[in-house]
Structures are given as C-alpha cells and as structure tokens.
Design a binder for this molecule. Structure first.
Ligand code: SF4
Ligand code: SF4
Length: 304
C-alpha cells in the first residue's frame, strides 16, 4: 500500500513523502522542554497545553502505528524589490491550512477505500501546522531534510520553503528506512548574523519573544521589536540560507492566487474598515493577525 499512498500523495500535490513508525521522539521532547523552560516560547500557550502529544503520536492516537510525513513546496519568486509592508512568502496566496487540510482528507479517504483493513476516520489524525505535533522533528526523522541553525527543516530538493503535514494512522505500513541526510549547516552562520532582532541568539535556538514572525502575527498587542519592513511574518533567515539556492517555483495554484502578497498597501490598510478587510482578505493567512494588529504594526514601522 506504501507505493499507492505515495503516488496518490504526489498526485494531490505533495512534493515529498516518507513513511515511518509512530514512535516517541524522546530527545526532541527534551529539547522542547528546555526551550519552553527558558521562556523562548513567549506567550504561545498552545505549546504548553498539549505538550505531551507533541513528540509522542500515541498520546493523540493510542493505537498509532505509522506516520506519513509530507512536505509541499510553496516557494515563489518575489517579482519586485519593494520593501513596503512586506508579507512573508508563505502568506502571499490562499491560506495553506485550508489547502493542505483538503488534500490530507482526500489522502485519508484514499487509504480508507484502498486498504484491506477496515478503517474509519477514527484511525487517523491529520496535522498541518495547526495541531500539536513536532512537525519538523518528525520530518527530519523521516528523512525529508535536516533542521538548520535557523530551526527550519531544510530539504535537499526545495530548501526550507516547504509546508509540512502529517497523517498518523493505526494502519501498519512498510517503513522507509531513511539514512541520515548528507547535508548540514557546517560552519555557516548567515541566518544568525542576518536576523535583525537577534532572535537566533544561538544556533538551533529561536527566541520567539524577539522573532518578527511571532511579533507581527501571534503576539497579543503591539509589536515590541523593530520589525524593519515586515508587516506580517519574516523571511530573512530563509532568504540568506545558501541551501535555498535549490528553491523552485511552486506548482500549487492556490499559493499563486495572491491575496496578501508580496506587499500590503500601507495606506489602504490604514484606512480600511473591518468589513472591507474581511472581504478583501477572505481566505488569506493575514486574517490571523487581524486588521487592528496590522494597523498597529504599520504605525510602529512608521515610528521606528
Ligand atoms: S524569522 Fe526573522 S526575526 Fe525570526 S528568526 Fe528569522 S530572521 Fe530572525
Ligand atoms: S543560513 Fe547557514 S546556518 Fe543558517 S540554516 Fe542556512 S546553512 Fe544553516
């Protein structure tokens, strides 16, 4: 069934697929514990809430046997050099949560219909960013890439410009036996040097409190660091990564269907009503920040 699953996943648009046993990643859990203890998770309360589920798939699905790890390339070139109210690349098009969730559901249906076992939806847990799973750690374990000093998963084929997704299932499958990927950061420190807020103070450790992505999207209230020209998210530590010379234009049409990217019009946002915002940015990830937050971030940008 493995090859059929992989073939169908690719037909759906996933670019990388690997299947591994649903095992507890104890070392990664230790790392997460230390990271949270050090206060680096800021007020991302959801990181603490479902903590025990993050590294152990059986905490979410007790009879879990397998994890199907998937990655989807979202890279697209910035066609202008405008530094006005920049939006992180992943948020230019349609909200990836919805796009990927639909594809995961189709893949689940395919497995249910084609498996010799009698399976129901209860035999699956689907994840893409929103759930409680250490996605990068499982993707690395599955051989999709390695985790760089900027804490991103870096793939051989697409660099770090990938969305990750996973399906945990009670179905036993043949497992890929990925060899450790023959790539690393080596002595490079470009991302640490380029991060304008020093959120990457140490290799492999991100301080969310200082990170422009957290500040402009998740943080409640006004931003408290200089976000430079970034109004929603930040791509700096990915833009400078030499492994991203492998970036390829995505073929996922929903990501090419621009809603917010690559720049917002500051003047337009400043004068927008909530109704206009809801209408114009329907289906865009920037709704996560909300109009009030975007207006306050733009104001801070002008003052700094
Ligand atoms: S996203 Fe931006 S602010 Fe956050 S670590 Fe990377 S470069 Fe620094
Ligand atoms: S910029 Fe250099 S140090 Fe940072 S993730 Fe890329 S290769 Fe690693």
């Amino acid at each position: 069934m493995n090859e059929e699953i992989k073939k169908f996943a690719k037909e759906l648009g996933f670019h990388l697929v690997s299947i591994i046993p649903a095992e507890w990643l104890k070392e990664d859990e230790k790392y997460l514990t230390e990271w949270i203890k050090s206060g680096y998770s800021a007020d991302l309360e959801y990181m603490k809430k479902e903590f025990s589920k993050r590294a152990d798939p059986k905490k979410s699905l007790p009879k879990a046997k397998s994890i199907i790890c998937l990655a989807m390339n979202y890279y697209q070139e910035r066609k202008n050099n405008s530094k006005d109210a920049m939006v992180a690349r992943y948020a230019w098009g349609k909200d990836y949560h919805g796009v990927i969730e639909k594809k995961l559901k189709k893949l689940r249906r395919f497995i249910i219909e084609n498996s010799l076992k009698s399976l129901t939806k209860k035999d699956f847990k689907l994840y893409s960013d929103a759930g409680s799973l250490l996605e990068r750690a499982f993707a690395a374990k599955a051989g999709l890439g390695f985790i760089g000093k900027n804490t991103m998963l870096i793939t051989k084929e697409y660099g770090s410009w990938v969305f990750l997704a996973e399906i945990i299932t009670t179905l036993e499958l043949d497992y890929d036996n990925p060899k450790p990927i023959n790539m690393s950061c080596g002595s490079c420190t470009r991302c640490l040097d380029a991060c304008p807020t020093k959120a990457l103070g140490k290799p492999y450790v991100l301080d969310a409190n200082k990170c422009i992505s957290y500040q402009t999207i998740e943080k409640k209230g006004d931003v408290s660091v200089n976000v430079n020209d970034n109004v929603f998210g930040c791509d700096i530590c990915q833009n400078v990564c030499p492994h991203n010379c492998r970036a390829k234009q995505t073929d996922i049409k929903e990501f090419l269907d621009y809603r917010a990217g690559p720049n917002l019009c500051a003047n337009e946002i400043e004068n927008m009503t909530e109704d206009e915002f809801a209408e114009k940015y329907k289906g865009s990830p920037i709704k996560r920040a909300g109009l009030k937050k975007l207006k306050s971030t733009l104001k801070n940008m002008l003052l700094s």
